[in-house]
Write a protein that binds this ligand. Structure first.
Ligand code: MLT
Ligand code: ZN
Length: 472
């Protein structure tokens, strides 16, 4: 640790106290490794501000001292976006103490909430007043609102409601020099130039630290239908999606689940898919609305009966209770963890192509990689409804770190090249972080990269905000 760090820590301890400035290695240790265990770093200290003013004081002082900060919420990044590097020069800036709901307005269905609020806790609070944030994902118990906004997280409801960024009406963020931008006011119109707050959404903490957001909410649904369906192929699943959407505007989740992912959930967590029979592909469908309870179940039931009749689906089962619906989703949300434990760490690609192009893309990438690399195994699951699949590549035997770094890395570049050739994205919902930074540099459009670099240089010339992530 350098003299700059010593001085900064002493200065902040004097100004903000020991609750904010943590140097005990045992308290810092749990926050040095990402939740999937892929990256581990070192940190000179961990700062835990409780107010926007404290964040401002910290950034101004760190900027002055040139000490880099790693903003962190629930540490549930999928791309190492919130993990410090190995140098020991970085300081973690935890937003977890900033977790107040500043306002909820049931009339306009809006709330203002601080960055460290955990998604599941917010949903519980909102449910008390008949509201919900239409965003859900497996990490809901740890992911924080600030992290979800700064990664523009996706999840399982994007098909109907869009990503996290689309729920954000305004925000408050502290810039590298400690100054604050605040667009939290409920103004519906404000055309004083471009929306400068938008660059914080998906900005991965590069341009400022989000401290609070105003969110657009929806009514807590009074009706819900959840179905598990067997289909012959991703192509059939896509046809089923379009058929469901034609018949019902309440479909908000449509998840594609291959047999091998489901086998992992059963083997590791004893979570058994609810359909009997051997279906290579299965689909989890969720519909939610404000109709009388039971209406959507009836509707989805008859849609699926029609789909089976037309040969779009092989078999289907509807959840008969809230508990059963949750049990269906629990299988889905355990897939990532189950696959890792059962098959070993894969090279995972969080990819998107236009929705209708996904089935053909999946087949093409699988055929090409499995032909070029005998023994490699390509599998994918996820959010078919919005064109985002988590594509995993591993050798038939358990994937080792060696394989991921050598042959796996070469395969990764091939997969990314194919995605770009299809007009897709190498990061659909997880962000770039440290995991995809070099590939983003290789494949990002030159103008996009140049603009990001210019913005970074203008707003954070000393590179104190989350260096080493996103921007090459
Ligand atoms: C999911 O959809 O399960 C998550 O985004 C995690 C993953 O990539 O597996
Ligand atoms: Zn996902």
């Amino acid at each position: 640790m350098s003299r700059g760090h010593d001085r900064l820590i002493a200065e902040l301890r004097e100004k903000l106290g020991a609750t904010v400035v943590v140097t005990d290695p045992d308290l810092i240790a749990p926050w040095l490794t990402d939740w999937r265990g892929r990256w581990t770093g070192k940190a000179a200290a961990m700062l835990q501000p409780g107010t926007r003013e404290e964040v401002s004081t910290i950034l101004a002082a760190a900027n002055e001292a040139g000490v880099p900060l790693v903003p962190q919420g629930g540490n549930s990044s999928m791309v190492g976006g919130a993990t410090p590097d190995q140098s020991g020069d970085m300081v973690i800036l935890s937003l977890r103490r900033m977790k107040e709901i500043r306002a909820i307005d049931p009339e306009t269905r809006q709330c203002v909430v601080e960055a460290g609020m955990i998604l599941a806790t917010l949903q519980d609070e909102l449910a008390e007043v008949g509201l919900r944030l239409p965003l859900d994902l497996g990490a809901r118990g740890s992911a924080t609102i600030g992290g979800l906004v700064s990664t523009n997280a996706g999840g399982t409801e994007v098909l109907r409601h869009g990503t996290m960024g689309e729920q954000v009406l305004g925000l408050e963020a502290v810039l590298a020099d400690g100054s604050v931008i605040d667009t939290l006011s409920p103004l519906k119109k404000d055309n004083r130039g471009p929306r400068i707050d938008r660059m914080m959404i998906g900005g991965e903490g590069q341009f400022g630290v989000i401290t609070a957001v105003r969110l657009q909410l929806t009514a807590l649904p009074s009706d819900r239908a959840t179905a598990w369906v067997g289909v012959a192929s991703p192509q059939a699943a896509l046809k089923l999606l379009r058929f469901c959407e034609q018949e019902c505007d309440a479909v908000e989740g449509f998840e594609l689940l291959p047999k091998d992912s489901l086998a992992a959930a059963e083997a590791v967590f004893d979570l058994r898919a609810p359909l009997d029979g051997d279906h290579d592909w299965q689909v989890l469908i969720e519909a939610k609305g404000e109709s009388e309870a039971g209406t959507l179940n009836e509707k989805l039931g008859s849609i699926l009966a029609g789909a089976i009749e037309q040969g779009l689906a092989q078999d289907a089962v509807l959840a008969q209770s809230e508990a059963q619906a949750e049990a269906f989703w629990s299988i889905r949300h355990h897939l990532s963890d189950a696959e890792k434990r059962h098959y070993g760490m894969a090279n995972s690609h969080d990819i998107s192509v236009p929705v209708d192009a996904m089935p053909a893309f999946l087949k093409e990438v699988r055929d090409r990689i499995e032909a070029d690399y005998p023994g490699a195994w390509v599998s994918g699951y996820g959010h078919l409804g919005d064109g985002n699949i988590h594509l995993h590549v591993r050798p038939m035997d358990r994937a080792s770190d060696d394989w991921r770094a050598t042959e796996g890395a070469e395969i990764e570049r091939k997969v990314h090249d194919m995605i770009v050739a299809h007009g897709g994205s190498i990061s659909a919902e997880h962000g770039i972080g440290q995991m995809k930074r070099d590939e983003f540099a290789r494949l990002g459009e030159p103008a996009r990269l140049a603009m990001l670099r210019a913005l970074k240089q203008a707003l954070d010339p000393k590179r104190i905000l989350n260096p080493g992530k996103l921007i090459p």
